[in-house]
Design a protein around this ligand. Structure first.
Ligand code: AMP
Ligand code: GLY
Length: 421
């Protein structure tokens, strides 16, 4: 079967790599992909948010399934566009995607179904927010309701921070804002838990922890993710049961009651406090860099999983992961997440020899006639799996050193909570 993948990051290259290994997949098309995907698939420069154009292209190339990497096309209703047509789309429909598209929608589901999450207040105007903040304890968290490319969350230490955040949001920094979310600050340790679901049944799809801050020791500015380790050190059977029964199952039930059909990956972002899980957020897709960290440990054919989700037969399939510890170290452009240069040649990349337990997933790369150049802040993901986190990290970093890209920057301490040296 010919498959299309929407997106251009490390997550999509990892999905592309896993699908390329499947006997069920004959051709792969990436919309638009990156230099890494171009080595195993055909990159297509077409706007994936133009669903009609995408559909015409899929029909022309006999693409029978689309896998959606990022949230935007899902929130915009790509699944609804293709409903009843000959092309399957792996991902949740428009109603289900509101779990990521509207933080207030999710909070209301939590409230109605007693799903553990931070206490919150929805404010309808700047004046109402300021009045509420005057009587609040700090720190607290202010969030824009809609999609904000990961930038709509403000952790506020005091009233002044919170006032600035509210003004930015109501002044339209992330689009027209009619409401704002003010949340209690949760203290604890974060964990990302993933499932895959066919709308009726769901299965575990890995756990991980990403490192969002740019600097060693989790300091400095927020980024799209500087690295990740999987599995999470916090996961155990007792906690997992709580995550499933208190958070995932009531949410999937609520989505059904709203008339949604949730097929695809669900990313459950959690804060764990004294052994109790609290929902921070849902994402209606795999995480990045969690996806590229988890997928190399998947033993089951990914295409089989995607087909069974689309066809509603997930209960008949078994999903197996290896017991390996996976580490992903992200190589960024110097200066990221602030100013950085693009179009810097990455020499030696194609000459690097990888062992079976190693992968390099491209993110911000572009293939020119003469070689591969950088094309974004997060450029390459170095992933290594082994029986030991330290070994995995050492191997990933050794590869980065061998590449010796002078414009690169990476964190040496990814996974520091599971690696004590
Ligand atoms: P979100 O986009 O909702 O995941 O928020 C981004 C990050 O902000 C999360 O990964 C947390 O590190 C942090 N965060 C969000 N909400 C809270 C909260 N209520 N308490 C503490 N930290 C939070
Ligand atoms: N790793 C965070 C995200 O994918 O949203």
């Amino acid at each position: 079967m010919n498959v299309g993948i929407i997106g251009s990051g490390g997550r999509e290259h990892a999905i592309c790599y896993m699908l390329d290994k499947s006997k069920k997949v004959s051709g792969i098309f990436c919309f638009p992909g990156n230099a890494g995907t171009s080595l195993i698939a055909q990159n297509v420069n077409l706007d994936p948010d133009n669903f009609s154009e995408l559909e015409r292209y899929c029909l022309k190339k006999d693409i029978k399934m689309l896998v959606v990497g990022p949230e935007k096309p899902l929130v915009n209703g790509i699944v609804n566009h293709f409903k009843g047509k000959s092309i399957r789309v792996f991902g949740p429909d428009k109603i289900s995607s509101k779990l990521e598209g509207s933080k207030i929608f999710t909070k209301k589901i939590c409230q109605k179904n007693n799903i553990p999450t931070s206490k919150f207040k929805i404010c309808e105007s700047l004046n109402e927010t300021i009045d509420y903040l005057k009587n609040s304890y700090f720190p607290l968290v202010i969030k824009a309701d809609g999609l904000a490319s990961g930038k709509g969350v403000y952790i506020c230490k005091n009233f002044n921070d919170a006032k600035i955040a509210s003004e930015e949001i109501f002044n339209g920094k992330f689009g027209v804002a009619k409401q704002i979310l003010v949340e209690e600050f949760l203290d604890g340790e974060e964990m990302s838990y993933f499932i895959v679901t066919d709308g009726k049944n769901y299965k575990f799809f890995g756990s991980a922890q990403d490192h969002k801050r740019v600097g060693e020791g989790d300091t400095g500015k927020n980024t799209g993710g500087m690295g990740c380790y999987s599995p999470s050190r916090l996961l155990n059977d007792h906690l997992e049961l709580k995550i499933k029964t208190k958070i995932i199952e009531p949410t999937l039930k609520a989505i059904n009651e709203h008339g949604g059909v949730y097929k695809g990956f669900l990313y459950v972002g959690l804060m764990i406090k004294d052994g109790e899980p609290f929902l921070i957020e849902f994402n209606v897709r795999m995480g990045d860099p969690e996806c590229q960290t988890i997928l190399p440990t998947l033993k089951t054919d990914l295409m089989d999983i995607l087909i069974s989700c689309c066809d509603g037969t997930l209960n008949q399939s078994k999903i197996d992961f290896s017991k390996f510890k996976s580490i992903c170290v992200v190589l960024c452009s110097k200066g990221y997440p602030e100013k950085f240069e693009n179009n810097i040649e990455i020499k030696n990349l194609e000459q690097l020899e990888l062992l079976e337990n190693q992968n390099i997933f491209h993110a911000g790369t572009f293939k020119t006639k003469t070689g591969i150049v950088s094309n974004g802040g997060r450029v390459l993901n170095f992933v290594s799996i082994s029986e030991d986190f330290l070994k995995s990290r050492d191997e990933a970093i050794n590869l980065i050193k061998k590449l010796n890209w002078k414009n690169g920057y990476y964190r040496e301490d990814i996974g520091h909570k599971v690696i004590k040296i």
